[in-house]
Design a protein around this ligand. Structure first.
Ligand code: JF5
Length: 234
């Protein structure tokens, strides 16, 4: 998979050089390229933002640098229609199913917004060449898209075969089966007066599986009842 990230803070993405993603890059499983949006400006101040039409506080990212950066990325894309992911509080919610879908794509391009956002016209313009997805990581506001991109690259990258050592560890995960994950324990079995639930020491794998499923349901009911909400009956 090829991943391009465009940002005015490319160094923010250096975290992608470390650990799992870093090794996947070395192993050639992931081809991650980070681009500085200011390389696509032509004025002395390398201007990427300007005041908002209609007034209001803050600044808006100018459309032209984005168009030039996206054209450059599309020019040497391995596919006809790369997927352009734009983190924004006003996007559809990122999820494990979406991460699984994106892990099948050949070329992902991430646009990191800053300030009050990117000029809206960039999205219909980009839609000529990209499958444009505005994606939210949650109902809160960050200063820019870089942190959200790190999260999405990790969520998607770890699903790519070979990136995570033991693919088994990808299956039993929160949200993989729509429920939260059961609690996990390791040695010592008694620790500062807190003991591991005895069932886990019983060696009875059937009982352990039943106990774990019950824990998933109880946790999901307590912390995320929304995940259990019944589909509205047709
Ligand atoms: O703040 C976010 O994205 C960065 C961003 C993009 C555009 C303008 C301001 C900030 C975000 C919050 N949830 N998901 C994404």
């Amino acid at each position: 998979m090829r991943i391009d990230v465009i940002s005015i803070f490319p160094d923010y993405l250096s975290a992608l050089d470390i650990s799992l993603i870093g090794r996947a890059r070395q192993d050639g499983l992931l081809d991650v390229r980070v681009h500085d949006l200011r390389e696509y400006t032509h004025d002395r101040h390398r201007t990427v933002d300007d005041t908002p039409y209609g007034g209001g506080a803050g600044m808006v990212m100018k459309p032209e640098p984005w168009a030039e950066a996206l054209e450059a990325v599309a020019a040497d894309s391995p596919v006809e229609r790369p997927t352009l992911l734009v983190p924004t509080p006003s996007g559809t919610v990122f999820s494990q199913p979406l991460a699984r879908e994106l892990a099948e794509h050949e070329h992902l391009v991430f646009a990191c917004g800053r300030y009050e956002g990117i000029d809206e016209r960039v999205f219909p313009w980009a839609a000529e060449r990209f499958d444009v997805r505005l994606v939210s990581l949650g109902d809160y506001v960050l200063n820019g898209g870089e942190v959200a991109v790190l999260a999405m690259v990790e969520a998607v990258g770890r699903l790519i075969p070979g990136v995570v050592g033991n693919p088994e560890s990808l299956v039993e995960e929160s949200h993989e089966d729509g429920l939260l994950e059961y609690p996990v324990y390791t040695k010592p079995s008694s620790w500062r007066g807190h003991d591991v639930p005895p069932v886990l020491l019983s060696g009875d794998h059937g009982k352990i599986a039943v106990w774990r499923r019950a824990q998933q349901l109880e946790r999901t009911r307590q912390r995320r009842p929304d995940l259990l909400a019944e589909e509205p009956s047709a």
